[in-house]
Design a protein around this ligand. Sequence first.
Ligand code: UTP
Length: 229
Amino acid sequence: MSDSLVVLSVGGSLLNNGKPDADMAAKIAGALKSAGLPLGIVCGGGQQARKKAEKARKKSGSEFEADLAGIKITYKNADCLRKALGPEAGVKVFKDFKAARKAALSQKYVLMGGTIPGITTDADSALLAEALGAKRLVNLSNTAIYDSDPRTNPQAKKFSRMGYDELISLALKGDQRKAGTHFVFDMLACSLIARSKIETHFVDGRDLAQIQAAVLGQAHVGTVVCSNP
Ligand code: UTP
């Protein structure tokens, strides 16, 4: 495995507001290709996943089925980004970590969606970073990490750097918020990056210069979670 490999988690809201967004995928792919590093990439589900999950939940009364419906959309989004990245992204989206690890030996970009019901692509990206021995994980969503929700608190303070324990305390607070609001990175994902000391960068994925800086480990305006904050 290349020592320079970075793992990227692409939030579903960036790639899918009803259907996979090929234009946005092309923009993100352009930024990733100019960064030049080999990447393991996990894509989230976005709006379409929530809609399909809700439909499956109503029909089956099963959270397991709802999750499977969500996972299906994560594959579609990952496939859209795979196509935008071109031949170096291989011919398929991987559904398990060992297969992705094997593929990473021979192709520059390895794409994944969700894996099993009950978790999220936040956790999948942390697991892929562990599987590939990545030194850095980059989370693309629409926000960095704040001490409270910046959408409801104008005084919210952004963290430039923070430790794993601090992140876990914030995620625990987020867990107790009311349904429908959730913390940037879920609790399982936070525990995984903490146990493996994976340096994790949170940046706004709508800003292509920020994506590139974070992938390359350069200064950016988001948040870095690491052992030496
Ligand atoms: P995510 O919730 O991870 O995607 O996956 P997202 O759109 O980036 O998440 P937000 O924007 O933070 O909400 C979509 C859904 O797919 C299922 C879950 O139901 C999840 O909510 N999923 C995903 C799984 O069940 N297992 C996985 O490994 C990944």
